[in-house]
Design a protein around this ligand. Sequence first.
Ligand SMILES: [Mg+2]
Length: 174
Amino acid sequence: MLHLFCPDFRCENITDISPEWLRANKVKTIILDVDNTLLPWDASAPTSAHLAWIKKIKSAGLRLILLSNNGGKRLKNICSLVELPAVSWAAKPLPLGFKRALHGLKIKERGEVLVIGDQLITDVLGAKKLGLKVLLVESLSKKEFIITRLTRKIERVVINKLAKKGLMPKGGTK
Ligand SMILES: [Mg+2]
């Protein structure tokens, strides 16, 4: 059970991830979490550094799709800022949203997909249940939705258990 919460990779920020590192790890498609991964939970737009990172990844020929448990006008605005498609109201960690993303991009080879997110209980668990590789980033903001604040407490317990068993990957994508 614990292995379902164990990310394959970790780093601090998505901007630390280079196209070269992605290629070396055979990643062709990224399913990217939005809140506290691409931009802070209460922000309306990604920083210029994050916008530049999206541009760099796209220019390198990698495909990206946003996957969010939120939706509505804010997500639509973010999609148009980054010029990316999105699956909204994904209900992570349930598989449906991930499957919609895979289907939307016509992915047949799951081994070429990398899920990136900041939460064990939604992003990592959801990806692992479908056998997808997953990279855990540090949350961009301490401000979070009230339910997320509660699940963070459970996350800390799981992370400590994983770390004690030596299952937590060391950070770094360089
Ligand atoms: Mg998130």
